[in-house]
Design a protein around this ligand. Structure first.
Ligand SMILES: [Zn+2]
Length: 185
């Protein structure tokens, strides 16, 4: 949800290049994939649960990583996954000439970064500066942070993000209409 909220806010408030409908849809998918990719290092997270063989593969990963936020939850992780995804898009580019790969890449990164920012507000914190093994969180006092998967996440943060998304769509409705119109022509 945070990934989509971040993408919406950026799309409606910034000057963005005109893209085809195919690029737009692919960018939203890339955004959501980017939003769950950091949890590739957490076997109990949605990333693995949502894959058919995910539970098994996730558990194998768990043995190596201990089920904690690790490399993919750091700046090094952003760079590594950013490069990997960029490479993948370049490989796919000749087969999909109508897609704007730059837009899709940015959309992925926005999703990815929003995940790490949201995790920073949780009790466990985020090891932003790995290999320096310090987990940072906000606010600095742990007890004031949010429990992952807890009631506040489900009943305050999630609906809150939805409201922010709806607010930004409504308050920039003219721009949203222009974007949608250019697709529906
Ligand atoms: Zn995470």
């Amino acid at each position: 949800m945070a990934a989509f909220t971040a993408l919406t806010v950026i799309v409606v408030t910034q000057v963005i290049p005109h893209v085809t409908l195919a690029t737009g849809i692919t960018a939203v998918v890339a955004n959501l994939v980017g939003g769950i990719t950091p949890d590739i290092d957490q076997p109990t997270a949605p990333f693995w649960k949502n894959l058919p063989i995910g539970r098994y593969v996730g558990r194998t990963f768990d043995k190596f990583l201990g089920g904690h936020r690790f490399l993919s939850h750091s700046i090094v992780g952003v760079v590594l996954f950013g490069f990997a995804f960029h490479y993948l898009l370049q490989v796919l580019k000749p087969s999909f000439p109508h897609l704007n790969m730059d837009v899709i890449w940015w959309s992925f990164i926005i999703g990815y970064a929003s995940h790490l920012i949201m995790d920073t507000f949780t009790t466990e914190g985020v090891p932003w500066f790995l290999p320096i093994p310090i987990k940072l969180g906000f606010p600095p006092i742990k007890s004031l942070r949010i429990q992952t998967g807890g009631l506040i996440e489900r009943f305050v943060i999630f609906p809150g993000l939805m409201l922010v998304t709806i607010y930004f769509i409504y308050s920039n409705y003219d721009k949203v209409k222009i974007i949608l119109h250019s697709y529906l022509k």
